[in-house]
Design a protein around this ligand. Structure first.
Ligand SMILES: [Cu+2]
Length: 73
């Protein structure tokens, strides 16, 4: 298992945090997601044999979250 902290600048409210959490948890191999709205980040624990870093960012992008930008819901 490895832990990655991902910056998600356009996640700024509880609604977005819940969506980010859901998107990440739906990926096979992700076992734990800790959202921090204070620094707009998600700390993700996952099995690197099942899911890759780029899978996380790809899933977030397809759900409408980037790692840059200002928009929120
Ligand atoms: Cu929002």
């Amino acid at each position: 298992m490895i832990i990655r902290k991902i910056q998600i600048s356009d996640m700024q409210c509880e609604g977005c945090a819940g969506r980010v959490r859901k998107v990440l948890m739906e990926l096979g191999g992700v076992v734990k997601v800790i959202i921090s709205l204070d620094d707009h980040s998600a700390e993700v624990t996952f099995d690197e044999a099942t899911v890759k870093d780029e899978d996380l960012s790809k899933a977030l992008r397809s759900a409408g979250f980037g790692t840059t930008g200002e928009k929120c819901c």
